[in-house]
Design a binder for this molecule. Structure first.
Ligand code: GDP
Ligand code: IMO
Ligand code: MG
Length: 421
């Protein structure tokens, strides 16, 4: 069985929690895009694990793969492995040798460019965009290169001068390209991780051949996709389900399920349009109740009402076969709860987001009210334990997106989950 899981909104939908829940049924969990801009949280037994690169199946001892479409910061990966080890968790990891390495100069370029932008994107400054530029311009350092100092040296001879010039032109210190202390550290890590190198496409396909199950874990969300998201306010990778096939090297006919993770309201971190953003009390309340602060950068997340148009587009972009609805508990005590069911744009009312970012930014939400509930719901364990009004809300979202909701999450813990038939 091959399942792909992606975020349906602007990221931080609760993918980490849902992957941890699903992982039990899978042999392999694979990350296919993004890098340590991602922050996936898993809470087990009251303990919180924040994962940036290691797939969220780690707590169940699963085989974990990092595919060649990921951009990887070796320091972050090593830290994560060490932190987990200190907790007594061993990491059974395979990394594709073609995985792009985020070099110190990518991080420097990301920071310099963001500082110089009049209209900011609000990147995580992890060097993601610049590492992907190098993949596409074929000037990347790959994981396999770190296993051999001579190979890395030769690569830096070839691509270094252009990087030095770019950094100087932006007012930075070009010595970071060749003299960063991180480079020696990278080589050390490369040696240590050599035993983990694996042909990810081959391993996944061979596993599927013998009926093993594989879960592809997406990072970010559909509206941060570099093609289909709100360009330019997006990340630099392909975040929708199809990307899992291309990036992991698995044919599309092998896909069995596509799970969308959907938050019961909206959040966004960084700049860019968000039609249902609430700047007043409601936004503050959602942020407080939902602890909506970035897992990677600690920035406060922008919060607002559920947007069914974003949801609909995400269903199209990903082809979801089922949805996991998260953070329903955060809406407790809010009455009425608003749901965006249309956009007003100039003289029109739309039921689907316009394609252009500039038009999208001018959309004014049309809301319907859903009655709120006051009962605490995190203790519910079956669907009928939920108050009627909470169930009506779930069913309304299911109707608007026209995809069945198979799980409702009502708290960060593993057990705070209700499965639906
Ligand atoms: P991801 O990037 O999609 O994995 O999501 P993040 O981990 O960045 O953000 C989701 C946050 O919400 C984390 O702190 C989770 O522990 C938490 N969370 C997940 N599901 C629920 C839920 O149903 N209710 C509440 N209150 N918190 C949740
Ligand atoms: P997870 O996997 C939410 C956002 C950044 C910024 C934009 C570009 O935890 O859902 P980048 O550093 O990628 O060039 O930044 O994308 N962003 C995320 N927002 N969740 C994420 O990941 C994100 N990864 C990137 O805030 O607006
Ligand atoms: Mg996150």
């Amino acid at each position: 069985m091959f399942t792909i899981l992606t975020g349906a909104q602007f990221g931080d939908e609760g993918k980490g929690k849902v992957v941890d829940l699903l992982a039990e049924k899978y042999h392999i969990i694979a990350r296919f895009q993004g890098g340590d801009n991602a922050g996936h949280t898993v809470v087990v037994g009251g303990k919180t694990y924040k994962l940036h690169l290691i797939p969220s199946g780690v707590l169940l001892g699963k085989r974990l793969l990092i595919g060649p479409g990921v951009v990887l910061n070796p320091r972050v990966l090593m830290n994560e492995i060490e932190t987990l080890r200190q907790e007594g968790i061993e990491v059974n990891l395979g990394i594709d040798p073609k995985t792009t390495i985020i070099m110190p100069y990518h991080i420097e370029l990301d920071s310099l460019r963001e500082a110089g932008r009049k209209e900011k994107i609000g990147t995580t400054k992890r060097g993601i965009g610049y590492a992907y530029i190098d993949k596409f311009s074929r000037e990347e350092v790959q994981m396999g290169d770190l296993a051999d100092p001579a190979l890395l040296d030769a690569k830096l001879d070839e691509i270094g001068p252009a990087k030095e010039k770019a950094i100087s032109d932006m007012g930075g210190d070009p010595s970071i390209v060749r003299n960063s202390p991180a480079i020696a550290e990278y080589l050390e890590i490369g040696k240590r991780l050599k035993q983990h190198l694996a042909d990810v496409s081959k391993e996944i396909n061979m596993a599927l051949d013998i009926d093993k199950s594989v879960l592809a874990e997406g990072a970010q969300g559909a509206f941060l996709d570099v093609i289909h998201g709100t360009q330019k306010f997006v990340t630099s990778s392909f975040t929708t389900a199809g990307s899992a096939c291309a990036n992991l090297g698995v044919g599309p006919v092998r896909v069995d399920n596509v799970v969308g993770v959907v938050k019961a309201y909206m959040t966004r971190v960084g700049e860019g349009p968000m039609p249902t953003e609430q700047l007043g009390d409601i936004g503050e309340r959602l942020r407080e109740n939902g602890h909506e602060f970035g897992t990677t950068t600690g920035r406060p997340r922008r919060c607002g009402w559920f947007d069914a148009l974003i949801g609909r587009k995400s269903v199209y972009l990903n082809g979801y076969t089922e949805l996991a609805l998260t953070k329903l508990d955060v809406l407790t005590g809010i009455d009425p709860i608003k749901i965006c069911v249309g956009y007003r744009l100039d003289d029109d009312v739309l039921d689907y987001p316009p394609e252009g970012t500039e038009e999208f930014a001018r959309c004014v939400p049309v809301y319907e009210d859903a009655p709120g509930w006051t009962e605490e719901i995190s203790g519910a364990r079956k669907y009928t334990d939920l108050p009627l009004k909470a169930r009506s809300y779930v069913e309304r979202l299911e109707g608007l997106l026209d995809v069945s909701i198979s799980a409702v999450s009502i708290g960060p813990g593993r057990e705070e989950t209700i499965y639906l038939d």
